[in-house]
Design a protein around this ligand. Sequence first.
Ligand SMILES: [Zn+2]
Length: 303
Amino acid sequence: MRLDDFDPDNVDVGDQRGRGGGFPGFGFGNGQGFSLGGGGLGIGTIILLMIGAWMLGINPLSVLGLAGSGAGSGPASAPTAAGSDAASSCRVDRFSLESCNALASLNTTWSKTFAQAGYPFSRPRLWFYSRYGRSGCGAAQSAMGPFYCPADHGIYLDTDFYREMDQKLGAKGQFARLYVIAHEYGHHIQVLRGVSDKISRLQQSEPDQANHLSVMLELQADCYAGVWAAKNRDRLEPGDMESGLNAAHQIGDDVLLAAAGRTPTESAFTHGSAAQRMAWLKRGMETGDPAQCNTFKAIGTAS
Ligand SMILES: [Zn+2]
């Protein structure tokens, strides 16, 4: 996908790299890829992190795009963007520049779509970090994969994850990386439209439906990623669609669970099966219409 004509300075970026890896007051005790303690974490956040631990116990990579489905809106202190300079942060390496260009394109596409519909819009902030970071939703760790934090409207990304995608997940190609950012941006759209809040409340009142509801949120974010691609069809290059669909397949819950040597059980899915993820990304890419991304209507909600 051609994005190099976007102005990488016209994005909101924060950078936590180059601070010696990690922050005082955050312990990383159990080696399973999540962190507890310190930093004024509330009990709600700790419970969410424990749920995260359970998920990470399955496979750290299975929580790709963790937030939006429950990384939560805990009271942890959000980092501040003071001193961050988009121009230099975006030029640290080619993955950073590509991510900033993608973000600039996503901002342009979605602000226009919101304006046409008469909805208020605000931009998310892209946070780069290296290995360990902190977010408005608590500690961030690379093994969690990229995630969106509803509490501070931040997309958190360790660009090393892209190497992981390529080498370990078999999700190759530039468009596979763009799909990741576009998916996280999809969670931002859900927050702006009030979908996230509504689903969080439903998950609390009907805990046995929590995973099912999470799958619907995740598939909607996949569909929104496809909508962005469709609205920039003239920028797509041969192989992009295949690269995106392959990535969607490789991070399907059933594929990740099988790769981890576990039996895929649908009730344990939080992001959707490979087939579902591919289908919803494709639906977005083919229609270019966010109204077609109503996974709740298509799959059925708990109420
Ligand atoms: Zn997600």
